[in-house]
Design a protein around this ligand. Structure first.
Ligand code: AGP
Length: 594
């Protein structure tokens, strides 16, 4: 949700800002902007270039300045437009903001009553107006006093014409990291954007300020007192993926086998003995996550309940934090997040930790906010995922969660579950799932004009169905429902008519007949039926009009591979319909606001 960057360089920093904004676009791409501060006689001069649309819209003659800030926007307050694009300017100040100012209407009314005129509909403009009004010659003090009036979340970077070479930043519940390298100093919303630029990085904590001045980076508290910090080397796994042929999403699907192999290698080295006491002793567990990660959490529930006998209460993070969950001392809370920055998941984890629960994070970003607040982190090694739709990270989340379930089994029963060794077959099985792609491609071509479809399954296959439906909605803009096949008769069957596509996933031998019954029922009402199964026999006996054979791994782990053809199907549907799978409308990769 919005990406911010700030840079100071001895030379002009425009190119650095521009290239950072291209990398930050995964966080929002409905508008972009840059403000540059050029040193001149008696101070500096701020110039601004901002536009609706992606960062490429800012290309043009380099702007002058050694210091600058930039922004890619995911609109919250005010439609995507040139006027609502950041940076926002007031008096001698320019500001970029990621987050939501929750008390902005009250502040805006107060500022308007005092004569301020707003040129945007954003909540962010309120901040820069507050800073300008608080300013009495002390740049840092003005930013700090404005921040004290905000509620909600923010990561901001601010320029002031009286302080050439200086950037003041603040963080509260939105990510912010400082970096240094190659003769430049940076602040940024994420670490991968700084890869290849900065050599050393250091993350700000909530309530901290960063001040770049005099060619140095300082971490300060609200009163301006120095906070001692240690910079670390940019982690190699954060290195950003370079764009090659095709969309990022296609390439990320192609990377699934490698991502699984890398994640497995990391898991083998993970010292689970450090959390053995919790894994052994937990009477129950919670799993919190959003979107695709929530589907992975549902799969964890299946495994931990069936194989370890530990009840797992699974919640979307946004619900968990507001529904007074019965979480407390001795509970295990598994928080799943590819980015490790999803605001709702972070809050859910914080809440659980505050109640004395043990937080185990599963994340793809080792230095994320989630990893730093968790007691223990299990790292996915999917590599950077740029496309908004999660693909390889989902397969790796499932792998990590099954691995954790296996550890719980081990510490409870002193032996691994029977499927443990099959985890190591997953990279190969994932590659074999690519054999389904030609069928999925033809299917996408045949269904391009459909407006809606169902994905069905039973038990663990429901999770795969839900994830398939989410992908299709997210990037192909087709209404899709992922549903338990047994529930059809209780309402959804009413929508089935001639030609309505119904895709069923059937990987569990004890339930294949039940799923087949559902396909028969929809087929009798004219549905176009599709079946995915690893069983040749099940496929041969099915009434489905389109059949696709999945590779065979043990049933417990089938969700890791069964979803791959669905990910590819959604991608093909999107491309067939003429959309960009990497940048679905209205969405952003990292949801750092509520
Ligand atoms: C899935 O394709 C999504 N774009 C989305 O649901 C995502 O999984 C969700 O926002 C959670 O993100 P996280 O894993 O970074 O927390």
């Amino acid at each position: 949700m919005c990406g911010i960057i700030g840079c100071f360089s001895q030379n002009n920093c425009y190119e650095k800002l521009f290239s950072a904004l291209r990398k930050l676009e995964y966080r929002g791409y409905d508008s972009a902007g840059i403000a540059m501060l050029a040193e001149g006689e008696g101070g500096g001069k701020i110039s601004v270039r901002k536009k609706k649309g992606g960062a490429e819209g800012l290309a043009g003659a380099p702007m002058a300045g050694e210091t600058g800030i930039g922004h890619t926007r995911w609109a919250t307050h005010g439609a995507p437009s040139d006027a609502n694009a950041h940076p926002h300017v007031a008096g001698k100040f320019a500001l970029v903001h990621n987050g939501i100012v929750e008390n902005y209407s009250r502040l805006k009314a107060e500022l308007a009553a005092a004569g301020e005129v707003f040129s945007s509909e954003t909540d962010s403009e309120v901040i820069v107006k507050l800073i300008a009004r608080a300013y009495a010659g002390d740049f840092f003090a003005a930013v700090s006093s404005a921040c004290a009036r905000l509620s909600g979340s923010y990561a901001i970077a601010v320029l002031c014409e009286d302080f050439p070479g200086e950037i003041v930043c603040a963080r509260y519940k939105s990510p912010l990291v400082a970096g240094a390298g190659g003769g430049a100093l940076y602040v940024c919303s994420d670490i991968p954007t700084l890869c290849g630029e900065a050599e050393y990085i250091c993350t700000a904590a909530d309530g901290e300020f960063i001040r770049i001045c005099g060619g140095e980076i300082h971490f300060l508290d609200a009163a301006g007192r120095e906070i001692p910090k240690t910079f670390s080397r940019v982690p190699p796994e954060s290195r950003a993926q370079e764009k090659g042929r095709g969309s990022y999403m296609e390439r990320e699907i192609a990377e699934i086998p490698r991502a699984l192999a890398d994640t497995l290698a990391g898991l083998k080295k993970t010292d689970f003995a450090r959390c053995a006491r919790v894994l052994r002793g937990a009477k129950r567990a919670f799993a919190v996550a959003c979107g695709t990660a929530y589907h992975a959490a549902l799969a964890f529930k299946d495994a931990a309940e069936s194989d370890c006998g530990i009840p797992v209460l699974c919640h979307t993070s946004s619900e968990f934090r507001y529904r007074a969950p019965l979480v407390g001392e001795g509970d295990l809370v598994v928080a799943v997040s590819q980015s490790g920055e999803t605001a709702d998941t972070l809050e859910a984890a914080r809440l659980a930790k505050g109640r004395g629960a043990y937080v185990l994070a599963v994340t793809n970003v080792a230095q994320s906010s989630l990893a730093s607040l968790a007691h223990f982190t299990v790292a996915m090694r999917a590599g950077p995922e740029i496309a908004v739709a999660a693909t390889k990270s989902y397969n790796c989340q499932l792998l990590c969660l099954y691995y954790i379930a296996a550890q719980m089994h081990f510490y409870k029963f002193t032996r691994m579950p029977p499927w443990f060794s099959s985890l190591f077959e997953l990279p190969g099985a994932a590659r074999a799932a690519f054999d389904c792609f030609p069928t999925m491609r033809s299917l996408a071509e045949a269904l391009t004009d459909k407006r809606s479809m169902y994905f069905l399954g039973r038990d663990a296959d429901v999770v795969t169905a839900m994830e398939g439906a989410l992908k299709v909605k997210e990037i192909a803009y087709i209404f899709a429902e992922g549903y338990a096949a047994g529930e059809l008769k209780h309402g959804t069957l009413a929508l089935v008519e001639e030609g309505f596509p119904v895709l069923a996933v059937s990987t569990l031998s004890r339930l294949t007949q039940k799923t087949e019954n559902a396909l028969q029922e929809v087929k009798s009402r004219g549905a176009f039926t599709i079946l995915l199964s690893q069983s040749a026999e099940v496929l041969a006996e099915s009434c489905a009009a389109c059949k696709c054979r999945l590779p065979d791994v043990c049933e417990r782990l089938m969700p890791v591979v069964a979803v791959i053809p669905l990910q590819y199907f959604a991608c093909r549907m999107c491309l067939e319909r003429g959309y960009n799978p990497d940048k679905p409308r209205n969405l952003a990769k990292s949801v750092t606001v509520e």
